[in-house]
Ligand binder design. Structure first.
Ligand code: DGJ
Length: 580
């Protein structure tokens, strides 16, 4: 009995100490910072809301107003020190940053997480979240981030090989002369099981560590596994290991997937499979044909299997959202054979089904959009249930519009310009996040329910018609060009769009719109009185999620009641009425 009492007392003391320590730790970490310490069980995860996929952080949907650092910025805490306040000033809530395998596992099995710990601590103390980029086996279609002990042991960790025309594609250290046969390159083969297992072990160790140091605060809200995985230099790995697999049968998991999803496959993949006769077994060339996409599908399958194992190992330790990214090429669209820049086998939209079949544990495929066809690539990534997560974009002067478009039109989880080190600290609103963060609660509320949309337009684009809520919106550049005498000039595609707006129907006749350079008229699209007029129009701001009206607008500011007129980037709230 006495023993039992003593045990109860000991347990109580232990419980109180644990709690006290947890609070002390949370208080110490969060002194200047409102990120709440939450239950360890409520780890960041994905959740569907209507047709959208949302990222849930601390139990609430989260819009990542993000930016990606240059590749190696966060390998030095000193380098990062002056950047954190500038990032906060630019109103980012999330930073995407690389973690180098070489840095955390300098010797096999010996881990050093000190820099990563500092990055997590400093991000947290600036009230920022992190999406970590696991720079491990692959980075931009090559392998520059594995530790030296991996790079040096080319027997245990086999290289990919390319066909030996080395004269136009630089293979570091190789003679600049045509080589007979295949040439090893600085790319670890996705068919190397030992490499995969070493990467998976390191990744699992990192995720275990992140859970231990950040499992309550959730500073780290997601992981990109590898970076722009793919093969540079050739369309497929020509190593003996890969050649053997290429001559063998397409794995049954892939052919089963193709058959089960035949009617909903991404069209580009379906076309390749169809052209080869929809075969359900055979070698790679028998099932997909003797053309370049077959090499790309073969590589995609092997990259996906490999990364799936790494993700699986990480999720066993700490299952936060994990994804992979890719530059936005399509099957066979790069100059063939690939030379300097093009890649084969990445998780691009055309290959997403292959990646899904081979990598079911990967949560989604993120977009790196550097193309001037920003709208096209948003749509290509946001198809067949893949949420839009922009991990990188260039964007230039139109960044503000691109962000509005991605969030408003495609329910994006994240928008993230690349190389923010050199962008923050000048114009504090360089990304337009002041406005997006005001709108964020409204955007999150309306994601996936059909009451929100957006446009992105060049000055010569024709007006667009778009249904939002109970009205159809007609949106055109604010100063529509007059047709040239004698006919309408054909719209010229512009290199970068220059006007954007997001539209949210907050009620049956009640709208918020934010954007620039556009004018908008309306007509009802539900039964009732046939004409629509503008009732109250006002500009203003959201403060802590509450709308605070500024000026009441009429006359010149709403074209004498004929249209909503957005000049400079800003928010307007208006109500409509109907008449006949
Ligand atoms: C895309 C890569 O994913 C980034 O890591 C970086 O290398 C940029 N390209 C550079 O433009």
């Amino acid at each position: 009995m006495e023993k039992c009492k003593e045990m109860t007392l000991k347990l109580r003391v232990l419980f109180c100490c644990t709690l006290a320590c947890a609070f002390a730790f949370a208080a110490g970490q969060g002194e200047n910072n409102p990120v709440p310490a939450t239950s360890a069980s409520d780890v960041p995860h994905l959740r569907k809301q209507g047709s959208a996929t949302q990222l849930i952080v601390d139990g609430k949907p989260f819009l990542a107003l993000a930016g990606e650092l240059h590749n190696n910025s966060a390998t030095s805490l000193e380098y990062m020190k002056p950047l954190w306040p500038k990032i906060v000033e630019s109103k980012l809530n999330t930073v995407l940053t690389g973690v180098s395998w070489a840095q955390i596992e300098p010797q096999e099995g010996k881990f050093d997480f000190s820099v990563l710990d500092g990055v997590i601590r400093d991000a947290h103390s600036h009230n920022l979240r992190l999406v970590l980029l696991w720079f491990a086996t692959w980075k931009n279609g090559l392998s520059s981030y594995p530790p030296d002990w991996v790079k040096r042991d080319f027997e245990r960790f086999p290289r990919a090989q390319m066909f030996g025309d080395n004269t136009s594609w630089p293979v570091f250290g190789a003679p600049r002369t045509p080589v007979t046969g295949s040439l090893s390159i600085e790319l670890l083969s996705p068919l190397g099981d030992a490499t995969r297992d070493a990467d998976a072990r390191a990744f699992a160790a990192m995720m275990r560590h992140i859970k231990a140091v950040d499992g309550r605060e959730h500073t780290v809200i997601g992981i990109q596994v590898e970076n722009e995985t793919g093969m540079q230099g050739d369309t497929r790995d020509r190593s003996p290991l890969a050649n053997k697999a290429f001559a063998g049968p397409v794995p049954k998991e892939l052919t089963d997937y193709l058959q089960q999803h035949k009617d909903s496959l991404i069209p580009e993949l379906r076309t390749v499979w169809e052209a080869a006769g929809f075969k359900t077994s055979g070698t790679w060339q028998e099932v997909f044909g003797k053309s370049r996409p077959t090499d790309e599908i073969f590589m995609a399958w092997h990259f996906a299997r490999y990364i799936n194992r790494v993700v699986e190992a990480g999720k066993e330790e700490y299952p936060i959202p994990m994804f992979t990214n890719c530059p936005q090429i399509g099957f066979g669209t790069e100059p063939a054979p690939l030379r300097g820049g093009g890649q084969s086998g990445g998780a691009m939209p055309d290959a997403m089904d292959v990646w899904r079949a081979g990598g079911p544990r990967i949560d989604f495929f993120a977009a790196d959009i550097y193309s001037s066809d920003f709208k096209g690539f948003c749509a290509r990534y946001n198809q067949s249930g893949n949420p839009l997560f922009i991990a990188e974009t260039g964007g230039g002067p139109d960044l503000k519009g691109l962000a509005l478009y991605a969030f408003g039109r495609h329910d994006a989880i994240s928008f993230s310009p690349f190389g923010i080190d050199s962008m923050v600290g000048r114009d504090p609103d360089v990304f337009g996040y002041d406005l997006v963060s005001q709108l964020a609660p409204l955007i999150l509320k309306h994601q996936g329910d059909g009451t929100m949309s957006a446009v992105l337009m060049g000055p010569d684009d024709p007006p667009q018609k778009i249904a939002v809520g109970n009205y159809t919106l007609y949106v055109g550049p604010q100063r529509l060009r007059r047709p040239a005498a004698g006919g309408t000039p054909a719209p010229q595609p512009t290199a970068q769009p220059s006007s954007a707006a997001i539209f949210i129907a907050a009620g049956p006749d009640d709208y918020f719109v934010a954007g620039n350079g556009l004018s908008i008229t309306f007509s009802p699209n539900t039964p009732g009185l046939p004409l629509a007029g503008l009732a109250t129009v006002e500009d203003g701001r959201f403060v802590d999620g509450r709308w605070v009206p500024g000026r009441r607008l009429a006359g010149d500011d709403d074209a004498q009641g004929q249209s909503i007129t957005l000049r400079e980037m800003g928010i307007q709230h208006f109500t409509l009425y109907r008449y006949r």
